[in-house]
Design a protein around this ligand. Structure first.
Ligand SMILES: NC(=O)c1ccc[n+]([C@@H]2O[C@H](COP(=O)([O-])OP(=O)(O)OC[C@H]3O[C@@H](n4cnc5c(N)ncnc54)[C@H](O)[C@@H]3O)[C@@H](O)[C@H]2O)c1
Length: 315
């Protein structure tokens, strides 16, 4: 399939582009940051620079006519993976996060509908439910959370993600576009495990409202590929997380210690160190399962392992 990936210069995009290419897809990468105009590296995906907040640029991008310098234009894409967004509030003004993320998605959806792109994979976030950035106390009603948890975001980032999912839902009502929204939790790649998860592995008392969840960028890329290739109709939303907790904590015991006053119902889990986010729906409908654990990258004291263990090399 011919697949466009927005946000290709970012953490998720950098994992997704080569993963899709390795699966045999013809990938075009896009970001607001341009590449050099020199001859690209062999095998590198063609790159188109576009600001997703500009409807005209997105219309050209999704229609495929900003791609290539000469000769026939390849035309619209078979699928669009939308990962171009500011990945958190707090480092930009609230209206910048909200406006950039929601209008970027809106323009991508609108262009997909008008160009009759069959499939959109929208990278949403677990924060659409209310996690992480709430100004007033917020706890999940139950753990592990799943797609039935009512959404109640307070902050501009999570709110834009939730509204973005509604933009997708509206698009499938008015067109033949089929959408998958993936809600990854905290994304880690080889360069970030030690920095991001190391302190939490080292300190068993560190709290985490998402039930110490995280996801490997390669495992997320695999979920994105399955979402691109699947034949699901309508708009489906999936949480995406690793199987285990950061540091292999006992979910129930750690939650009770960290948040003794929370009203959160602790539901049965298949393993004591189960993530606070359930990915049962993604397993059932996408056939996805995560393969990478924090323990492949970090020692039990949170320091980096001398050599990360590749998923296929583990027992
Ligand atoms: N990193 C995480 O832990 C995490 C967790 C859940 C969801 N997400 C979501 O995953 C997606 C990718 O995040 P990431 O971690 O790769 O972030 P990132 O910042 O590493 O990459 C995002 C990319 O999007 C591009 N971008 C942002 N606004 C743009 C615009 N207006 N026009 C064109 N390009 C634009 C940026 O230039 C950047 O290269 C985002 O939608 C983010 O909200 C990330």
């Amino acid at each position: 399939m011919r697949v466009l990936v927005t946000g290709a210069a970012g953490k998720v995009g950098k994992a997704t582009v080569p993963h899709l290419q390795a699966a045999g897809h013809s990938v075009t990468a896009s970001d607001r940051f341009g590449r050099s105009f020199d001859r690209p590296d062999p095998g590198a995906a063609p790159h188109v620079t576009a600001d997703l907040t500009d409807a005209g640029q997105v219309f050209s991008l999704v229609g495929g006519f900003t791609e290539t310098e000469a000769g026939p234009k390849p035309g619209r894409f078979d699928a669009v993976v939308h990962a171009g967004a500011i990945p958190a509030p707090g480092r930009h003004a609230p209206h910048t996060v909200f406006g950039n993320n929601l209008m970027g998605l809106f323009h991508v959806v609108e262009a997909c509908v008008r160009w009759q792109v069959p499939r959109l994979v929208n990278i949403s976030s677990e924060t659409a439910a209310g996690f992480l950035f709430a100004e007033r106390p917020w706890y999940p009603a139950y753990l592990p959370v799943d797609e039935d948890l009512p959404d109640a975001p307070q902050d501009p980032y999570g709110l834009a993600k939730l509204l973005g999912e509604q933009v997708c839902a509206a698009a499938v009502r008015r067109s033949d576009l089929r959408c998958v929204s993936l809600r990854p939790t905290w994304v880690q790649d080889a360069g970030s495990y030690a920095r991001n998860l190391g302190p939490s592995v080292a300190d068993p008392e560190e709290p985490s409202l998402t039930g110490w969840s995280y996801i490997d960028a390669g495992d997320l890329a695999a979920a994105i590929r399955l979402a691109v290739e699947c034949d699901l109709t309508g708009h489906e939303v999936f949480y995406i997380a690793a199987d285990d907790t950061i540091g292999g904590r006992d979910l129930h015991a750690s939650w009770r210690r960290a948040f003794p006053d929370s009203p959160t119902e602790l539901r049965p889990v298949e393993r004591p160190d189960a993530s606070g986010i359930s990915t049962g729906k993604a397993r059932r409908l996408l056939g996805w399962r995560p393969e990478v654990s924090w323990a492949d990258h970090l020692n039990p004291d949170g320091t980096p392992r001398a050599r990360a263990v590749p998923a296929e090399g583990r027992a």
